[in-house]
Design a protein around this ligand. Structure first.
Ligand SMILES: O=C(O)CCC(=O)C(=O)O
Length: 249
C-alpha cells in the first residue's frame, strides 16, 4: 500500500480534464477483504429485498430476482468499506482535490455482474447531488475487479468546467438520471480502464458513463462521494439521507 500525494502534473490533469487515476493504490489483500465482505452482504441483502425495492437494486429483466445491480451506503453499513473510505492512503489525496474539512455523504457499490451488468448512462454527479458549490463534491471510485473495455469501465468526457446540464430519467428507471446524448459526442469520451485496487477521482461536474458488462467476469466497484463541510446539498436530483453522513477526521 502506498501513501502519497498527487504530483503537480496529476493535479494539473485533474484541473484540465476533471478526473485523474491512481493505479494500485490498494493492495490485493485489502481489496480481497472488501470483496469477501461484499459477497456476504450482497447474499444477505438480496434475500431481504422488498418487492418495491427490486426496481432500484436489481438488474432489469432479472428472472430469478437475485442479480444485484448495486448496493447503497456500504461505508455506513459495512466496516471494511468504512475502513476503505477513511483510509490513510486516500485522505491526503482527497484533501488535495477538495480541501478540508469534508465528510462522506453517500457511497454505493456498482456490481456490474457478468453478461448482465447494465450500462450507467452519461451523467454528472452534481446533477444528482445539487451542491451549492459545484467544486465542493468529489467522487472517489475504487476498482474492486479489473475494469476493462469489455466489462464496463468508466468513460469520461473531459469537460468538467461545463455547466450542469439538464438530466432526465427514463420511465421505470428513476435511478438512472442522465443527459440527453445529443449534448455529447459519445465517441469523444475517454475510456478509463483500471486494475483492481486502482482509484479514479472525478469532479462532480465531469460527465461520465459505463457500458454494459459484456464479459464473463464481474466488474465490481465502490464509489465514495465526499462533500466539503462548508458546502451543502441544496437541490439534489435524488434524496441523500443526512443520517448516513460520516465525518472524516
Ligand atoms: O461504476 C459505474 O458503472 C458508475 C459509477 C458512477 O457513475 C459514479 O461513481 O459516479
Amino acid at each position: 500500500m502506498r501513501t502519497n500525494c498527487f504530483t503537480e502534473s496529476q493535479l494539473q490533469e485533474f484541473q484540465r480534464t476533471g478526473h485523474v487515476t491512481i493505479d494500485h493504490l490498494f493492495d490485493a489483500s485489502t481489496i480481497e477483504t472488501v470483496l469477501e465482505d461484499l459477497t456476504i452482504w450482497s447474499g444477505q441483502f438480496v434475500n431481504t429485498l422488498a418487492p418495491g425495492e427490486q426496481q432500484w437494486f436489481l438488474e432489469r429483466g432479472d428472472e430469478n430476482g437475485k442479480t444485484l445491480r448495486k448496493l447503497d451506503h456500504p461505508a455506513f453499513h459495512r466496516k471494511p468499506f468504512r475502513e476503505l473510505a477513511t483510509h490513510t492512503s486516500l485522505k491526503p489525496l482527497i484533501e488535495q482535490l477538495l480541501g478540508s474539512p469534508y465528510h462522506l455523504f453517500f457511497s454505493q457499490v456498482f456490481m456490474k455482474p457478468p453478461e448482465a451488468g447494465s450500462p450507467k448512462p452519461i451523467h454528472q454527479d452534481n446533477f444528482y447531488f445539487g451542491p451549492d458549490n459545484l467544486d465542493a463534491t468529489l467522487t472517489v471510485w475504487i476498482a474492486l475487479d479489473d475494469a476493462t473495455l469489455t466489462n464496463g469501465c468508466l468513460h469520461y468526457c473531459n469537460h468538467h468546467q461545463h455547466e450542469v446540464l439538464p438530466h432526465f430519467a427514463p420511465e421505470n428507471e428513476p435511478y438512472n438520471l442522465q443527459i440527453d446524448t445529443t449534448h455529447f459526442d459519445q465517441l469523444a469520451l475517454t475510456p478509463a480502464p483500471i486494475q483492481s485496487g486502482g482509484v479514479s477521482f472525478h469532479h462532480g461536474n465531469t460527465p461520465h458513463f459505463s457500458a454494459a458488462n459484456q464479459s464473463k467476469k464481474s466488474r465490481r466497484a465502490v464509489a465514495f462521494h465526499y462533500l466539503r463541510n462548508d458546502a451543502a446539498l441544496i437541490h439534489s436530483g435524488l434524496e441523500y439521507d443526512p443520517a448516513m453522513r460520516m465525518d472524516i477526521r
